[in-house]
Design a protein around this ligand. Structure first.
Ligand code: PEP
Length: 251
């Protein structure tokens, strides 16, 4: 079965609700024509999610969060649960982004808990894995990403694994303008798929300085099912062009 492409915007800590609404006005009608060929999701700061729920109501573009907590409710000041995201109508949630691992203490263990909580409420986790520059230089890419995937998805059944999306994001490529070589990224993604059972039907995305110019060369690779896009997703027209170029190359 051919996997359905997925393009996910990671807005990071950008856009207040008024800007999120303005983005959707410029984005959704054109995106609607692309949703027949790919899943498109805007992963936004928590404060934007209600705005996206309202503004995207007539659309098949989905919205999601960038993190969550695994308990459904309780005394966890400052946290938002997977169940709360589901109640709001979010469909996706990024988990284990390298910025959260590096700056906010995310671990393989907390990633696994969040993935399980998201699947339990029918959200799609986008699980981020990737090696540092040092690990790449030491030839440790395969070992690093394999251990992250095993730790994050290890307890899942094959049916659950097929519902997860993985984003392979070399840390040194995120926000630097230094994207990976598409053939190398494809080989790493093939390795991820081969090293863990049950991933034949799971979408595996590339992330790391993907833009409208290079999206085609990544999406032309057989193992790359789309992109997790940071900086280049902030402008609605630029993100639309990126998706169009990616889909053209994947066809
Ligand atoms: C990201 O934040 O997941 C990302 C890939 O960022 P950028 O596209 O800016 O490198």
């Amino acid at each position: 079965m051919k996997r359905r492409p997925l393009f996910a915007a990671n807005w990071k800590m950008h856009k207040a609700p008024a800007q999120a609404a303005d983005y959707v006005v410029q984005f959704w009608a054109a995106a609607e024509a692309l949703v027949t060929k790919a899943d498109i999701v805007l992963c936004a700061p928590f404060i934007d999610l209600e705005t996206l729920r309202v503004e995207l109501a007539p659309s098949r573009v989905r919205f999601g969060a960038q993190d969550c907590y695994w308990e459904a409710s309780g005394a966890f000041t400052g946290e938002i649960s997977a169940a709360m995201l589901a109640a709001l109508g979010a469909r996706y949630c990024i988990v284990g982004h390298s910025e959260r691992r590096r700056l906010f203490g995310e671990t393989d263990e907390t990633v696994a808990r969040k993935v399980a909580a998201l699947l339990a409420v029918e959200l799609t986790p986008i699980v981020c894995v990737g090696e540092s520059l040092e690990e790449k230089q030491q030839g440790l890419t395969a070992a690093r990403v394999t251990s992250q995937v095993q730790a994050g998805l290890g307890a899942l059944s094959d049916e659950q694994r097929a519902r997860v999306a993985i984003a392979y994001e070399p840390i040194w490529a995120i926000g630097t303008g230094l994207s990976d070589d598409p053939v190398t990224a494809n080989a790493t993604i093939a390795m991820i798929r081969g090293a863990s059972g049950g991933l034949a039907d799971a979408r595996i995305l590339y992330g790391g300085s993907m833009n409208a110019d290079n999206a085609g060369s990544f999406c032309a690779q057989p193992e790359i099912d789309g992109g997790l896009v940071g900086g280049a997703s902030l402008d609605p027209r630029g993100f639309l062009t990126l998706i169009m170029n990616g889909l053209k190359a994947a066809a």
